[in-house]
Design a protein around this ligand. Structure first.
Ligand SMILES: *[C@@H]1O[C@H](CO)[C@@H](O)[C@H](O)[C@H]1NC(C)=O
Ligand SMILES: *[C@@H]1O[C@H](CO)[C@@H](O)[C@H](O)[C@H]1NC(C)=O
Length: 381
């Protein structure tokens, strides 16, 4: 069932040509937090900014010049929805603007609130690499097959298992494993994406640090796969996680040098490393050896060449409260056709060629319950 409310008002603009108007409407309780506002303008209008006081995300999802659809989520029960629309119009005639608010019915909202595009709870217990990797298809640039296996040692269904020989690190022949997965259900054009997985560290020794899976993206070709190992060619970005000394967690970011915010090099939540990746939010979460923990990484891409992207990561140990931290005001992409492409699975000790990164023990990680989820604001409507 669809509730439709109509608000019509005549806009009294300030300076000719500029429009800034707050449109408010009483709405039935937005019990699942999702709405679509349909805005009609009597004259052509270029919208420059939309804001609301209700928290959540807002997306201008359709722009026909005189007709606009704005989608959003509210963080809490809202009975009056207010949107402030700013824009520019040409000519002498002040636009008259109307707004209809549609509240998505519960069933529709539930499916649209977040869309799981790919999940993989476990992997088959097999020594055949192709069978083992089946759930990750299509995947690219697989390496370290010899260190990958599946076991039920710590879970009822087999978990993907990665082996790190003692003394291994970034440049030793055996050193963990990696691949890129781009699920076929992941549409082109995704600008917000969540990656989740459970990880178990066994017999760690975190040493100086090592890589963990994270989100990546870029152009539609091989260019998207290239942001690792000290390469940052400008066709990609990658946001893997890392463990550091004592299990301190961070987001490890290969992102463009250009178009970052002016304070980028002076932020307390960033440790710069232009030769490799930057460390974001080091120590905000802490991994532990010997128990399962759930990792969540959520990325919202920036407007191309503007430092308004953000990345949040969370860690949950067993029944303890989830700990989250977010880094905002970042530039991940300089091109409008660069999007999120999936999971960069990548795990090894290191680090570059420094032997200080070598694995202190012969050890393993186990992974299960992978998911890639599109948050609501990019799929509603
Ligand atoms: C939101 O509103 C619904 C319906 O009135 C109510 O059942 C629910 O408890 C409210 N939730 C919060 C968080 O206030
Ligand atoms: C940059 O990262 C590389 C790879 O982890 C590391 O070897 C190097 O010491 C780092 N440089 C600085 C200045 O931290």
């Amino acid at each position: 069932m669809l509730f439709i409310l109509i608000l019509a008002l005549t806009v009294t603009a300030g300076l000719a040509g500029d429009l800034s108007q707050t449109l408010c409407e009483h709405v039935p309780t937005i019990d699942l937090g999702l709405w679509v506002a349909k805005v009609h303008s009597s004259e052509p209008l270029v919208i420059t900014k939309i804001s609301s006081q209700h928290g959540g995300d807002i997306v201008l999802s359709r722009d026909d010049g005189k007709y606009f659809e704005i989608q959003g989520s509210a963080e809490y029960n809202v009975t009056t929805l207010c949107l402030t629309v700013q824009g520019v119009y040409r000519g002498d005639v002040k636009p008259s603007v109307t707004m209809d608010v549609n509240i998505l019915p519960q069933s529709e909202a539930r499916t649209k609130r977040a869309t799981e595009v790919w999940t993989l709870a476990s992997v088959p217990q097999t020594t055949d690499i192709k069978t083992l990797m089946h759930g990750f298809e299509p995947y690219h640039h697989l390496w370290g097959q010899g260190e990958l296996s599946a076991t039920t040692k710590h879970s009822s269904s087999p978990a993907l298992t990665v082996h790190y020989p003692k003394g291994s690190y970034a440049v030793t022949p055996q050193r963990g494993a990696g691949f890129m997965t781009t699920p076929t259900n992941l549409p082109d054009g995704v600008t917000s994406l969540i990656l989740k997985y459970d990880v178990y560290f066994e017999n760690f020794g975190f040493g100086w640090g090592g890589k963990l899976p994270g989100l990546y993206g870029g152009d539609k070709t091989e260019g998207a796969f290239k942001c690792s190992g000290g390469n940052n060619p400008g066709t990609c970005f990658s946001l893997r996680l890392m463990w550091r000394e004592n299990g301190d967690g961070e987001v490890y970011a290969y992102i463009p040098r250009e178009h970052q915010a002016s304070d980028f090099e002076h932020r307390p939540d960033i440790e710069l490393n232009y030769s490799y990746g930057h460390s974001l939010m080091r120590g905000a979460i802490r991994f532990r050896s010997g128990s399962w923990q759930t990792v969540t990484e959520e990325v919202h891409l920036n407007t191309p060449q503007q430092a308004n992207g953000r990345v949040k990561f969370c860690l949950k140990h067993g029944s303890e409260a989830e700990v989250c931290k977010e880094a905002t005001r970042l530039n991940f992409r300089n091109h409008a056709d660069y999007f999120l492409r999936g999971m960069m699975f990548s795990t090894f000790f290191g680090g570059s060629s420094s032997t200080h990164f070598a694995a202190p023990n012969d050890c393993h990680t186990y992974f299960r319950n992978f998911a890639l989820i599109i948050p609501s604001s990019t799929v509603v409507g």
